[in-house]
Design a protein around this ligand. Structure first.
Ligand SMILES: [Zn+2]
Length: 106
């Protein structure tokens, strides 16, 4: 299980970050379910890859996907897909229980 913590500040433009085994939220974003799903996806992704290989791959690719290009980072694409899917389900008033269970949140 991820250890979720909330801090008053994160770098500009960052609302949450997965620093395995932690997921760190900027205060005010810790209850944002689509964002939590995004971060839990990363958490599981890192577990699957092995935490160090995941971070190395992430950081090696990062210079090519700075700023507004972040959502196109190959390791971000599926996380943003999950986030959008959960946001759409919530907006439609549908259950996200299956998603939460898959991601180990509930
Ligand atoms: Zn991400």
């Amino acid at each position: 299980m991820a250890i979720e913590i909330t801090v008053p500040k994160l770098p500009p433009g960052v609302d949450a970050i997965t620093l395995w085994p932690f997921i760190v939220y900027r205060r005010g974003f810790e209850h944002d379910l689509p964002l939590r799903c995004h971060e839990h996806f990363h958490w599981k992704q890192a577990l699957r890859w092995g935490v160090l290989p995941w971070y190395l791959a992430y950081l090696m690719l990062k210079p090519f996907y700075l700023g507004s290009r972040t959502p196109r980072h190959p390791l971000e694409v599926p996380a943003y897909n999950v986030q959008r899917e959960v946001a759409a389900l919530l907006a439609a008033g549908q259950s996200i229980d299956r998603r939460l269970t898959e991601l180990g949140i509930a």
